[in-house]
Design a binder for this molecule. Structure first.
Ligand code: FAD
Length: 423
């Protein structure tokens, strides 16, 4: 079959699915593209949904449709349709209602689902949320109108963003964290100090070193949360932010290799011919550590989705890998970036920290000092892209190390070749 008549099917209308759609259309003007999305809503910017709760953004501000070629001829976005099985031998997917959708090239871009720990009892009560979809945000925004105390379970980035949105809305918010600090996966305690200070100033109450045991409710929904430290805190809403799990149910018992996520090679291909995977659902490699990871970030999903789309359309493109923890976001109006190796306790990485004018920077170099392995920037995140490039390409930093440490790195350093002699 010639590339121009290909039937592309994409499972998932999120960041990876829509980036792949764009890339395919750039390469192949004639093939048909069917995007199958379980959600009723047309594609939207998922990281923005907490702003629906704060009231900072309206639904229309989050829409992806119309910002790309998604509605061009030959692209069919089917919302409210769930894929229940993939049949690789027959080259078709089964959707709810029994319909079979044939494909020549298939992309699995089904994202992830919130992890709901089995040991927390009562999670099904009304007023308990695990924010993932626009519809979740709508329901949470509606309940938030009634006011009252909110308990956030988990100190990761998603929960902190949501907590801040609720504070901005004027609600009383407490965060319950198992570890001794917030953002423990993204940085060391001293790195998180500035963010913690901003959260304290914003009025967030933080309880560290404990977990939720039970969510207690009555006919109107949640009324309190019982904690492992014996406390019981009254509340009207609970948000569970305990990480995410790849959305792979519909692949169970099939031939697609799954190990945490859908395992892909450097060209985003799975072990099954004509099936690729990208985004939160995919297990790919981390160039900073060489290990397999499931990244869970919008930027990664877009980059990987684009790469998969290119490969599906025949434009062979190598994927550069996803950082274990790489993110540019802001919590309590404090922007931060965390990338590559950031947890260094108990090993011999070389680290440099600097704090000035309310900004914080931590650089992690390889034990022999020749490569940048990781970085954390809080508040001043300028030039983070340059540092990201150095880490991702595992470049020999040679004579520019002093400039890196002094934060004087600039684009000119990348013009000199080789970099190690560039200075
Ligand atoms: C509240 C929140 C805040 C966030 N903030 C940030 C941030 O600040 N920075 C950042 O980098 N990342 C952030 N993220 C993470 C980011 O949104 C994800 O990494 C990104 O959306 C992943 O894109 P994806 O395309 O892989 O998956 P998704 O966006 O999850 O899309 C997957 C799609 O597949 C559909 N689907 C799943 N299963 C099926 C099926 N069986 N049949 C049909 N359709 C199916 C789903 O309905 C969904 O629409 C945030 C996430 C949330 C929830």
């Amino acid at each position: 079959m010639s590339a121009s008549k290909r039937r592309y099917v994409i499972i998932g209308g999120g960041a990876a699915g829509m980036a792949a759609t764009t890339a395919i259309r750039e390469q192949d003007r004639l093939g048909s593209i069917v995007v199958i999305s379980e959600e009723q809503d047309m594609p939207y910017f998922r990281p923005m949904i907490p702003f629906l709760i704060s009231g900072k953004k309206a639904e229309a501000d989050m829409a992806l449709a119309g910002r790309g070629p998604y509605q061009a001829e030959g692209i069919h976005i089917r919302t409210g349709v769930r894929v229940i099985r993939v049949e690789p031998e027959a080259h078709q997917v089964y959707v709810t209602g029994g319909e079979k959708v044939p494909y020549d090239k298939l992309l699995i871009a089904s994202g992830s689902l919130p992890n709901i720990p089995a040991d927390i009892k009562g999670v099904e009560a009304e007023g308990v949320f695990a924010l993932r979809t626009l519809d979740d945000a709508r329901k949470a925004a509606l309940r938030a109108k009634k006011g009252g105390h909110v308990i956030m379970l988990g100190g990761g980035m998603l929960n902190l963003k949501t907590a801040f949105s609720l504070l901005e809305r004027g609600l009383d918010v407490s965060l319950v964290v198992h570890s001794p600090q917030v953002l423990s996966q993204l940085m060391e305690p001293e790195d998180a100090a500035l963010i913690r200070k901003a959260l304290d100033m914003a009025g967030l109450k933080i309880l560290t070193g404990c977990n939720a045991e039970r969510i207690i409710s009555d006919k109107d929904g949640v009324t309190s949360v019982a904690l492992t430290n014996g406390m019981e805190i009254p509340c009207r809403m609970v948000f569970i932010g305990k990480g995410v799990l790849p959305n792979v149910d519909f692949l169970s018992n099939g031939p697609v290799h799954i190990d945490h996520g859908v395992v892909v090679n450097q060209y985003t291909a799975t072990n099954v011919p004509d099936i690729h995977a990208a985004g939160d659902v995919a297990a790919t490699f981390d160039p900073a550590t060489g290990k397999m990871i499931v990244a869970g970030l919008w930027t990664n999903a877009v980059e990987m989705g684009r790469c998969a789309g290119n490969n599906m359309a025949g434009n062979v493109t190598r994927y550069g890998g996803a950082f274990g923890i790489q993110n540019a976001t802001q919590v309590a109006d404090v922007p931060f970036v965390s990338m590559g190796v950031v947890h260094t306790k108990g090993n011999d990485f070389e680290t440099h920290t600097a704090e000035s004018y309310g900004s914080y920077r931590r650089l992690v170099f390889s034990p022999d000092g020749t490569r940048l392995a990781g970085a954390v920037f809080v508040r001043d995140i300028s030039r983070a892209g340059l540092y990201r490039f150095l880490i991702r390409e595992a470049m020999d930093i040679g004579r520019i190390k002093a400039q890196i440490i002094d934060h004087k790195l600039h684009y000119g350093h990348f013009v000199c070749s080789p970099l190690a002699k560039g200075g």
